[in-house]
Design a protein around this ligand. Sequence first.
Ligand code: PMP
Length: 316
Amino acid sequence: MAAAIARAGDGIHRYPDMFAVDLHERLAARFGVTPRQVAVGGGSVAVLQHILTAYCQAGDEVVFAWRSFEAYPILTHIAGATPVMVPVTQDGRHDIDAMIAAVTDRTKVAMLCSPNNPTGPALTRDEFARFMAAVPTSVLVVLDEAYVEFVTDADAVAGLEEIPRHDNLLVLRTFSKAYGLAGARVGFALGSEALIAPVSACVTPFSVSSAAQAAALASLEPIAEQELLERVQQVVAERPRLRDGLRELGWEVPEAQGNFVWIPAGDRTVEIAVALAALEPAVLVRPFAGEGIRVTVGSTVENDAVLAAMASHRAA
Ligand code: PMP
C-alpha cells in the first residue's frame, strides 16, 4: 500500500481520476454489485455527509441511536435537518422499539450503526428485520458497517445480503478500520443504483486523491487483503480476553463486536481516563465524560497493560 501511494506521488501534479472508475469497478467486483451501486468519497464520514445532503432538507428528521458515532448529530445539523437521538439500552444495543416509535412523518433518514461505536454490540438480523418491516420505505435507512470486518456474531446483520431485499437501504463502509487506511480517507456506500445516483451527484469533485485511490486499490489486492484480514483475526482473538478481564473487575462490558470494548464507567469516566494516561507508559483510552470509556483492542501486551491498569479501578 505504501508503494502504491509512493507511485501515485510521482503523478501528484495531475488531477486524480474524478470518477475513481477503477475503485468503483474493483469495489463492485469485490462486493457483487454494479459500479453504479457504489458511491466513493473522502472517508465514510464524507460519504455520509453526501447522503444527508442528497436526501435531507431543513425540517427533516434523522433518527439514530445514542450514544453512537459523534459525526451523526454534527452532519445532520450541517444538512439543516434535526437529529432525533434514541438512547441505547443498558447493554449498549440499539433500542429497536424506541427507534421505531421515534420515526415520524418528518423522518427522512434513519442511521443504524453495526457494530455500534462506541458501545460495541452488532445489530442482529432480527433487530434489523423488525426495524425495516416497521419503518415506511420512504425512510432511507443507512446501515453503518464501519467495523463489520471485526464481527464474529453469527446472528449479526450482514448489510451486503440485505441490499437486494430493500429499496430504501444504503450500507456504509470504510477503508479506515480493518483496511488500515484511516489517513488516506476513503469510504463508500453501497445500495441500489437509484439510491446511489443522488449520493454520487453530491460527491465533491476530485475529493478522493490519487494517492488515496491507489492505496485503496492496493489494499483490495488479494494478498494485501488477506494480510489485513489476518490482523483483524488477531484483534478478534484478543477481544474476549479484554472484555472478560474487565467484566471480572465488575464492569458491565457489553458484547464487543468492533475493535474496541466499552466500559460504562459513568461518573468515574474522566477520573479513570486521566489516571490511565498518567501511567508510565501511558494507557490512552477514549473517555466520553459521564458515560463511559472506549478501549481499543490492542496487542496482547497492550491489552495486558489495560487490564493491569484497570485492576486499580474496579466497578463499585
Ligand atoms: N462510522 C463509524 C461508526 C465510525 O466509528 C467512524 C470513524 N470513527 C466512521 C464511520 C468514519 O470513518 P471514516 O470517515 O474514517 O471512513
